[in-house]
Write a protein that binds this ligand. Structure first.
Ligand code: NAP
Length: 303
């Protein structure tokens, strides 16, 4: 289904574990220390290196985007790239330069496992190093990566049967990684009067037939975190909003979702590009007085 965004997608179809496979075990709070260390490593970035030299006078706006390899994230890469932004992409899958649709894609990709808190800390240090080329400014951070594990038969994992390994992995990827990145990149966001967009879900506000309990509660927590962050980051001129997609045609959906879509007011699944449009709006000047909001992108499903 869908995927005109994937006709020339350099990433998709290689690991494919995000939607339902057993997620990697989460790391303990050592990763928080790693992130804190990363904050202190910024000075080292001025030493340059390949990326510093490559973009030494880069004046483009810059986006850091997680979950860039497929689905909504991939459509978002293309939207921002076509508008002239530099996009630093983050995902576990590596970048394929042969089929890359945007310039400097390979240079701006960072492989990271967000389920591993230590690795998130390492990635933050690397992102900060690369941002030195932009004068240490970051205009937008989009926390889009997410996992939604299902049972082996594809059923919703309810609160009685979800094991603790899954709870921890889901919260690490869907909830802790966004706040680790936002805090780790705070100085750069502040310097650019930047914007953060957290990708939540309609499942954060109601029981969903396919989305599991851990997923739903992680998204509810991320929505609450967006509100808290808007209050805390706002005085530093950093806006923080969320988007809550409904049923968007990507690999994360469960079989049978098309049937659900027949009952939505707009009678169809959403397209990743439609979500990317809203993310783009929230990161731009048109949304300069919008913070602490969560925008539904669901064809009217919430009504
Ligand atoms: N599609 C929908 O209907 C829908 C509805 C509500 C909310 N959402 C939310 O929208 C966001 C994007 O969803 P999507 O449908 O585009 O999902 P998707 O097609 O399954 O893509 C998920 C992305 O997250 C990345 N990812 C997953 N686990 C990761 C990890 N451990 N470390 C680093 N990256 C990781 C994947 O990259 P790699 O595999 O390369 O690492 C991939 O790029 C998610 O937060 C999801 O919860 C989607």
């Amino acid at each position: 289904m869908m995927k005109d965004s994937e006709q020339y997608c350099p990433f998709h179809g290689e690991t494919g574990t995000a939607a339902g496979g057993e997620p990697p075990a989460a790391a303990d709070n050592a990763g928080t220390q790693a992130a804190e260390q990363a904050r202190g490593l910024a000075g080292g970035a001025a030493q340059g290196g390949k990326h510093g030299a490559r973009f030494a006078d880069d004046t483009r706006k810059t986006l850091v985007l997680t979950g860039a390899s497929r689905g909504i994230g991939h459509a978002t890469v293309k939207r921002f790239s076509s508008e002239g932004w530099r996009v630093i992409t983050c995902s576990r899958q590596s970048f394929s330069p042969q089929t890359c649709p945007w310039a400097e894609g390979a240079e701006d990709h960072i492989g990271v496992n967000l389920a591993d808190a230590e690795d998130v800390g390492r990635a933050i240090a690397e992102i900060r190093r690369r941002l030195e080329a932009n004068g240490g400014r970051l205009h937008a951070l989009v926390n889009n990566a997410g996992i939604s594990p299902k049972s082996e038969s594809g059923r919703r994992l309810n609160s009685l049967e979800t094991n603790m390994q899954i709870w921890r992995a889901v919260f690490q990827v869907n909830f802790y990684a966004p706040i680790m990145l936002a805090r780790g990149l705070f100085a750069e966001l502040k310097a650019a009067h930047g914007a953060i967009v957290n990708v939540t879900s309609i499942a954060g506000g109601r029981v969903h037939p396919f989305a599991g309990t851990a997923y739903a509660t992680s998204k509810a927590a991320l929505a609450a975190l967006t509100r808290e962050m808007a209050s805390d980051f706002g005085p530093h001129n950093v806006r923080v909003n969320a988007i809550a997609p409904g049923e968007i045609a990507t690999g994360i959906l469960s079989p049978g979702t098309e049937k659900m879509a027949e009952h939505l007011p707009l009678r169809r699944l959403g397209r990743p590009e439609e979500v990317a449009d809203t993310i783009y709006y929230l990161c731009g000047e048109g949304a300069s007085y919008v913070t602490g909001s969560e925008i539904h992108i669901n064809g009217g499903q919430h009504v």
